[in-house]
Ligand binder design. Structure first.
Ligand code: BDR
Ligand code: CA
Length: 361
């Protein structure tokens, strides 16, 4: 199993990432921190707790809690995405418990005096404990993978405040950026655009980073066929593949959880079509779910390559673009790195593994 820390801004696709992280047998989720992004930090923290309850977090052997994090980017003012996720971040999603329910509030981390434990403290505390417990003859047996599905403000703060804990981090896996592709400007992706300075700090850290860009997440489409299968457990694969072109009516939801997911996808689909047009007529991309899929099943992402990646922090038209040095223009600035070399990450070299394909078969 892989020990992970998950940072999210739920957010419809963040919710799907949480569902995977909570239910895949080879993932051990240590904790969830939340960040401003798709909605305000208050909403994203509450949404994470609502999803955690609904997706079975309460039944796990070890308790997983939500640690509310940064409400603003490091430098820029906060921006949210109500067109895609609704004003509270989980527009249109039915069947989640409400914010005021004690069972939801009980999933927000608190200290003995009842004070909320914030993201930075929660991450550091868990990772430090994991580090100390995991040491074998002074060597760490296992490290923590930090997964990011939103703007990377919490990660940047963690790197800056606790540099000594980076030794315990296996890698940062983030959904964000694009290779010549944007979704919130011609060239900038939302998570990076929200806090570009934080993203650059993560890329400069002395820890491997893995970027899952829009180019890949746009191939992970939740199609109508998959939606039908979600609602009808015995809807067979061969049926829909050989079926007629007449659209089938959606069957009745099989379980409350399937119903919740179905309403989530329905809202997300129409938000995508009304914002981006017919390019997404076949369904919305489940961006954030791919981070957990990558950690659990890296073989699903067969092509990935290490590059120098920087974030445009001052461009008039290109603020927030992830600049990926595909052709090695900057290789001369440092010794060549072997793509498999786990050393020399960060400020001075090829700093990021860019995932290039998802095997959807
Ligand atoms: C990213 O931005 C958010 O809208 C999604 O949750 C995802 O993390 C996609 O650009
Ligand atoms: Ca997100």
């Amino acid at each position: 199993t892989k020990a992970i820390w998950l940072d999210v801004d739920p957010g419809h696709d963040d919710a799907t990432a949480m569902m995977l992280a909570l239910n895949l047998p080879n993932i051990r989720l240590m904790g969830i921190s939340t960040v401003h992004g798709n909605a305000s930090s208050h909403h994203t923290a509450m949404n994470a707790a609502r999803c955690l309850f609904a997706f079975g977090g309460d039944e796990l052997e070890h308790k997983v809690l939500v640690y509310p994090g940064a409400s603003h980017p490091l430098i820029l003012p906060a921006k949210h995405d109500p067109e895609i996720h609704g004003p509270d971040g989980l527009g249109g999603v039915e069947g989640l418990p409400s914010v005021d329910e004690p069972k939801v509030q009980a999933l927000i981390a608190r200290d003995e005096e009842g004070q909320v434990i914030r993201a930075l403290e929660g991450m550091a505390g868990h990772i430090k404990r994991f580090w100390n417990d995991g040491k074998n003859n002074g060597e760490l047996k296992e490290k923590v993978t930090i997964v990011s599905c939103g703007p990377m403000t919490n990660l940047a703060l963690f790197i800056s405040v606790y540099p000594e804990l980076l030794e315990a981090v296996e890698e940062f896996v983030f959904m964000g950026g694009g290779v010549g592709l944007g979704n919130r400007s011609a060239v900038a992706e939302f998570n990076i655009l929200c806090d570009p300075h934080a993203a650059q700090i993560v890329l400069d850290a002395p820890v491997p980073t893995v970027m899952i860009p829009l180019n890949v997440t746009h191939t992970a489409i939740f199609t109508r066929e998959i939606h039908l299968r979600l609602l009808s457990p015995d809807f067979s694969r061969s049926n829909h593949l050989s079926g007629s072109s007449t659209p089938l009516p959606l069957p009745q939801p099989a379980t409350p959880l399937r119903h919740t997911l179905s309403t989530l996808i329905t809202f997300f689909s129409s938000a995508y079509v009304s914002t981006f047009g017919s390019q997404f007529a076949s369904g919305p991309p489940l961006h954030d779910a791919l981070t957990i899929a990558y950690v659990a099943f890296p073989e699903l992402f067969p092509e990935r390559k290490r590059y120098r990646v920087d974030v445009e922090l001052s461009g008039v038209h290109t603020m927030g673009e992830t600049v990926v040095d595909l052709y090695g223009y900057r290789d001369g600035e440092w010794n060549k790195f072997d793509d498999n070399d786990r050393q020399n990450w960060g400020r001075e070299g090829k700093n990021c593994i860019v995932v290039q394909t998802l095997n959807v078969d």
